[in-house]
Design a protein around this ligand. Structure first.
Ligand SMILES: C[S@@+](CC[C@H](N)C(=O)[O-])C[C@H]1O[C@@H](n2cnc3c(N)ncnc32)[C@H](O)[C@@H]1O
Length: 862
């Protein structure tokens, strides 16, 4: 998940969720009350008579923090009567209602609705503020007098400058220059004089284009007033899939867990089973999980609760700081304060962001100070010119120590990646600036702290693209770090691609290369992976597919609990890290495939599970006959169990998997013949950094230059896909199928499980098809950073097959405007006939305290 995150549009105030009935607070590791019955009426949750309405503790009841903080639905629906009378812990009417401990109101109450309106209004006001800064304004755009310019917001993105001028002329609005920013909803108008500015601005106010009202905003803030802080930026940027921390907008002690509860339960996409209903074919009865969803507030399965982050402040091990201008026009290194597409370019310092470590803040400050005197310009997002773009601070630890009492909370390694755009700049000047920069970081680190700030590597990433999201193959250069005491310089001849930082999960060491994905909250990730493992119901005869495995974290941390792991990852350097990580931790029963999952998933399943393509294609709904009915599950590490698991302690070879699996060739490419292609899919959503279509990434379907092939396996036990020749996939898989691994031969595996951890866009349709149509895959644990794509993928995985398959509709008009769930619904109709999964349970894990985002784990079984 780009790293974070759930793409949930939430108010920053983090209102309470209502998933567990009236008592919405979920303690970490506490599951929701069993008897809370949910009702979908008005999309809110109301209790049934089952719960205990009276607080038996008499006087204590009045002290209960949730006393009368929720409206009594019984009272409401029974003509204002309730058998519990005054002793009922729920409020009988709005008058009795009390605010909740976090100062929010029962979401079904009039007060909450009123508060929401105000809040939405405020939010709009904030997001509509154009925090364009003086420094990004060009004379060409505004004439020589910035004070005579205005910014118009909510213009149609498609408009050109000519459209804007025509509009102004048609409306009789006088102006001097007008310029529309291509692809954005903003334009700039300059006026002849003060008088024209005033009268035209007045005329422009309230004008509408389509259904949008044009907003007229100042280009240059006349006086600095801190209207916002990066917390706003964080919400907006997170919504775009950008991994940005928030400042401490959220304060109450409990807010983190409440936020997670709130975000999950309030996510409309998660609570909306309409698309799933519609995806169900005519003549086929609705599956139980859809029928029962009404009882649980529209959710596809029970939300078990929230696992809290073991660390709440300074938890981020990676921060990407933008370079830009503050509202005062000062060069600043920090977070964007709003959405660039809406014209917000101001950058705020990260110092008030509680989730950013002190170290990261200090390096941002050092860089910011350096930039005040740099001879090279900062990046101009409008003109796509400039030099300095972004600073990424990645932190590593020497051991799993995060004790704040230990120096820097155990952070012992820091990798700094400075993103620049060197095009059109003089090489000598650039080299001199880099040298100065290295000195500044070393000197700043030495003087600003005692002991010296850790700094392991300083890397420059050269990137010319429009946004700061660089492709995986953007050139990296390692800069030499001068030694503070005049010792010889280090790093001179090293290759940036060889540089690593390290972190620990479950006592395993992970080596992380500069651009590889690694969860930003390591300690919470540890909990996430354990939960996924517990729900996956693992055992010695389990074959685990770790799909989108990154540096191998999930597979490696669970390898000791299974017979064998196959990790699939498209980022070549992450796969290289994964190999290294297996090696340094002495883990042998794991293989990594460097490829896009959509290119290899079908063939891997067939090859590893000993099926011919013919069998696979013609599979009909199966009752799971080959799976023992015995639901015993091996003891989970933290006591969590999947709802029903085949017995998987038995290492006996299942007869159905004893066939020779070497005959099958792979046709990953043909697997891609979907109605909606991956790129179409990704067009509709924000593509996270990790999901690059970079042609140099192995398995991307293009020729691969010699210097960017995947690294070879570091042990003979591991498989790495270094060529993009799909015909080779089969033979490599066959290698994996040989007996070279002794007792990890795949023929022993009776329990086949997939843990998927895709980026924000979710799984590619081809991967879903492969997982869904493989009858031996009975259990799938989905880790999601984006409920929308989770819901879309779940629709395809979980809706019943039709009696007869519809031919795919090639006419894709209108699909661009469809939601991902709508698209999934259409794709589900042409899914080959196969047994559907059903959602069993879900759990949130708070990987991102101080933000409304969390990771969601959902167990699907069949
Ligand atoms: C949310 S990260 C999860 C990584 C890993 N499971 C972890 O927790 O560290 C998603 C990963 O999927 C990879 N990825 C994105 N698209 C992919 C694709 N089509 N096939 C395989 N891997 C993909 C990204 O490179 C990234 O490493």
């Amino acid at each position: 998940m780009a790293e974070p995150v759930t793409n949930i549009q939430l108010s920053p105030s983090k209102t309470l969720g209502s998933i567990n009935g009236h008592d919405s607070i979920v303690e970490p590791n506490q599951t929701l009350s069993q008897d809370a019955q949910l009702n979908q009426e008005n999309d809110v949750v109301v209790p049934t008579g089952k719960r205990n309405r009276e607080d038996n503790d008499g006087e204590e009841s009045s002290l209960h923090p949730m006393w009368k903080t929720s409206l009594c639905s019984f009272y409401r629906s029974h003509n204002n009567t309730c058998n519990h009378g005054d002793t009922c812990r729920y409020a009988h009417g709005e008058e009795e209602l009390r605010p909740r401990p976090d100062n929010t109101w029962d979401p079904t109450s009039e007060r909450a609705k009123k508060a929401l309106k105000t809040e939405t209004g405020e939010k709009c006001a904030v997001s509509e503020d154009v925090m364009m800064t003086e420094a990004v304004v060009d004379d060409d755009d505004y004439g020589s007098n910035h004070a005579l310019s205005k910014c118009l917001v909510h213009l149609p993105r498609k408009w050109s400058s000519e459209n804007l001028r025509n509009f102004l002329n048609e409306q009789g609005i006088a102006f001097k220059h007008a310029k529309k920013k291509k692809g954005m909803m903003i334009g700039f108008v300059t006026f002849e004089d003060e008088e024209q500015l005033k009268s035209s601005s007045k005329d422009l106010e309230g004008k509408t284009i389509g259904n949008k009202t044009v907003k007229v905003a100042d280009v240059i803030p006349r006086s600095f007033e801190k209207k916002s802080n990066p917390s706003v930026a964080s919400h907006q940027e997170l919504d775009e899939g950008v991994d940005v921390p928030s400042s401490g907008a959220l304060d109450a002690e409990n807010n983190d867990k409440l936020a997670v509860d709130g975000s999950v339960s309030k996510s409309r996409s998660l609570r909306d089973t309409r698309n799933a209903r519609k995806a169900c074919p005519n003549g086929v009865s609705l599956p139980d999980w859809i029928l029962k969803s009404r009882e649980i507030g529209g959710l596809p399965c029970k939300l078990e609760g929230i696992i809290a982050s073991p660390i709440v402040n300074g938890y981020r091990n990676k921060c990407e700081f933008s370079v830009g201008y503050s509202l005062e026009g000062k060069v600043t290194v920090g977070f964007m304060m709003g959405n660039f597409r809406e014209g917000v370019t101001a950058v705020g310092e990260p110092i008030e962001c509680p989730n950013v470590s002190n170290i990261a803040c200090k390096y941002a400050t050092i860089f910011q100070e350096f930039l005040q005197d740099s001879d090279l310009p900062v990046w101009n997002r409008f003109k796509n010119t400039g030099f300095w773009r972004q600073l990424t601070v990645r932190e590593g630890r020497t051991s799993g120590n995060t004790d704040p009492a230990v120096t820097f909370g155990g952070i012992a390694e820091v990798m700094l990646i400075v993103q620049v755009s060197t095009a059109n700049f003089d090489d000598a000047l650039v080299a001199a600036e880099f040298k100065r920069l290295a000195q500044a970081f070393v000197a700043g680190g030495a003087t600003s702290q005692c002991p010296t700030l850790p700094l392991t590597a300083l890397i420059v990433q050269d990137h010319q693209g429009i946004s700061n999201v660089a492709p995986a193959d953007a050139p990296l250069h390692l800069l030499t770090l001068p030694k503070a005491g005049g010792d010889p310089e280090i790093g001179e001849n090293n290759n940036a691609m060889d540089v690593r930082i390290h972190d620990y999960i479950n006592n395993l060491q992970f080596s992380i290369s500069p651009t590889a994905f690694f969860q930003v909250n390591t300690l919470a990730a540890e909990k996430l992976y354990s939960l996924a493992g517990d729900w996956a119901c693992l055992g010695p005869d389990t074959l685990l597919f770790d799909i989108c495995c990154g540096t191998g974290t999930i597979g490696l941390t669970l390898a000791h609990r299974v017979g064998m792991v196959i990790g699939i990852e498209m980022n070549a350097s992450a796969v290289s890290d994964a190999h290294k990580n297996a090696e340094i931790n002495g883990i042998k029963n794991i293989r990594f495939i460097c490829s896009k999952a959509e290119d290899v998933m079908g063939s891997l399943l067939r090859e590893y599970l000993n099926m011919t393509k013919k069998e696979d294609d013609s599979n009909t709904p199966k009752s799971g006959n080959d799976i023992p009915e015995d639901n015993a599950c091996p003891e989970a590490e933290n006591g969590e169990m999947a709802s029903h698991c085949p017995e998987n302690n038995n290492a006996e070879v299942g007869s159905e998997v004893q066939k020779d699996s070497t005959s099958e060739q792979v046709d990953g490419i043909s697997e891609q013949a979907e109605n909606v292609t991956g790129s179409q899919l990704r067009d509709d959503v924000n593509v996270p950094k990790e999901q690059s279509d970079d042609p140099n990434v192995c398995g991307s379907g293009n020729d691969i230059p010699g210097d960017s092939t995947c690294p070879g396996p570091e042990t003979s036990e591991m498989t790495s896909r270094s060529e993009n020749n799909n015909a080779e996939v089969g033979s490599e898989v066959q290698k994996g199928n040989s007996s070279e691994n002794g007792n990890t031969s795949m023929q022993q595996f009776k329990n086949i499980v997939a843990i998927v951890d895709p980026p924000r866009a979710g799984l590619h349709p081809t991967v879903i098809k492969a997982l869904r149509t493989h009858p031996r895959l009975r259990r799938l644990v989905y880790i999601s950073c984006n409920p929308e794509s989770l819901v879309a993928n779940a629709i395809e995985l979980c809706t019943p097959s039709p009696l007869k398959i519809e031919k795919g509709n090639k006419d894709n008009r209108g699909w661009r405007n469809m939601s991902s769930a709508g698209l999934a619904r259409h794709r589900a109709k042409s899914m080959p006939i196969s047994e559907a999964f059903h959602p069993v349970k879900a759990m949130a894990v708070d990987l991102f305290p101080h933000t409304p985002h969390c990771e969601l784990v959902m167990l699907l079984e069949r």
